[in-house]
Design a protein around this ligand. Structure first.
Ligand code: CP
Length: 304
């Protein structure tokens, strides 16, 4: 397969190969010269139809560290505003001899749709509330780095599971690697099908934290909600926000993760986000090496 459209299309050995390749690139990007010449013959277009800080910059940096040629496309400054379709837009970009498309799009399934309609390798950089595969890969890679392994670890994903592509991709990735997964949040933000994915539900945050080795704290995605959900932001912070006092009252030290962007004081307080237990910036750092690995492995199939 020449695409990375979602974790649900991967096998456990695919993830291990990505991690082993990322280990080598992590070593490269910690050298004084952070670049390898591997992809001098590859051109990659980054298409962002939705806002991004981490994913967009991380992909661009990963591509440049691999010596690929890179072009960036932002929908808000493009002819999409004049009504050009997604397929026309991408086919025009591909006619400039582009080999690979990295795309973030607000519609679930946009990457799969594109992969069936154009001739290029597609990487999904987040499609609506569906999947965010490279985020889940960098999350698992960061757990592996901090705790030695993902298999057998208890991981709770806390917050707005209903609207979260990070939650879905993480559930698929963690289950594939043999982690035990729970989700925790208000019932209004938990999809009805969630237990069919093999995860348990815990609505009490303290109990979830007492159980877990790792807590992945998600942002409440107000931009994906048509109406104001219960609970309000203040109620959410009181019931599902992680504070230093709460963490210190547990009888063990758990690892705190967050995909960003953080609503400080809502899902986690600043003293938690910036604490030694937090690996939030390690996640961002690892994102470059993991994306280098994904791009490198896909590009090696294009070259075959
Ligand atoms: N984690 C993540 O996808 O962040 P951005 O939306 O800033 O890319």
């Amino acid at each position: 397969v020449n695409h990375l459209l979602g974790i649900k299309y991967l096998k456990e050995e695919d993830i291990q190969l990505i991690f082993e390749t990322a280990d080598q690139f992590k070593e490269v990007i910690n050298r004084p010269i952070k670049k390898v010449p591997s992809l001098r013959d590859i051109t990659i277009a980054n298409l962002f139809f939705e806002n991004s800080t981490r994913t967009k910059l991380s992909f661009e940096l990963a591509e440049k560290r691999l010596s690929a040629d890179v072009i960036n496309f932002s929908a808000s400054q493009s002819s999409v505003k004049k009504g050009e379709t997604l397929i026309d837009t991408v086919n025009n970009i591909l006619s400039m001899k582009v080999d690979m498309i990295v795309m973030r799009h607000p519609n679930p399934g946009a990457g799969v749709f594109l992969s069936k309609n154009v001739s290029a390798s597609i990487i999904n950089a987040g499609d609506g509330a569906h999947e965010h595969p490279t985020q889940a890969l960098l999350d698992s890679y960061s757990i592996r780095e901090r705790l030695g392994d993902v298999a057998g670890k208890n991981v709770v994903i806390v917050g707005d599971i209903l609207h979260s592509r990070v939650a879905l991709s993480n559930i698929f990735a963690l289950k594939l690697q043999g982690a035990n997964v729970k989700v925790c949040g208000p019932k209004t933000l938990l999809p009805k099908y969630i237990e069919s994915l093999g995860v348990k539900v815990e609505t009490d945050l303290r109990k979830a934290l007492e159980w877990c080795d790792v807590a992945n704290m998600l942002r409440v995605q107000n931009e994906r909600m048509d109406i104001s959900y219960f609970p309000s932001t203040r109620e959410y912070a009181q019931q599902y926000g992680v504070t230093k006092t709460l963490l210190d009252s547990l009888d063990k030290e758990i690892v705190i993760m967050h995909p960003g962007p953080i609503n400080r004081g809502v899902e986690i307080t600043s003293d938690v986000a910036d604490s030694k237990q937090s690996i939030i910036l390690n996640q961002v750092e690892n994102g470059v090496a993991v994306r280098m690995a994904v791009i490198y492995l896909l590009a090696s199939k294009i070259k075959q």
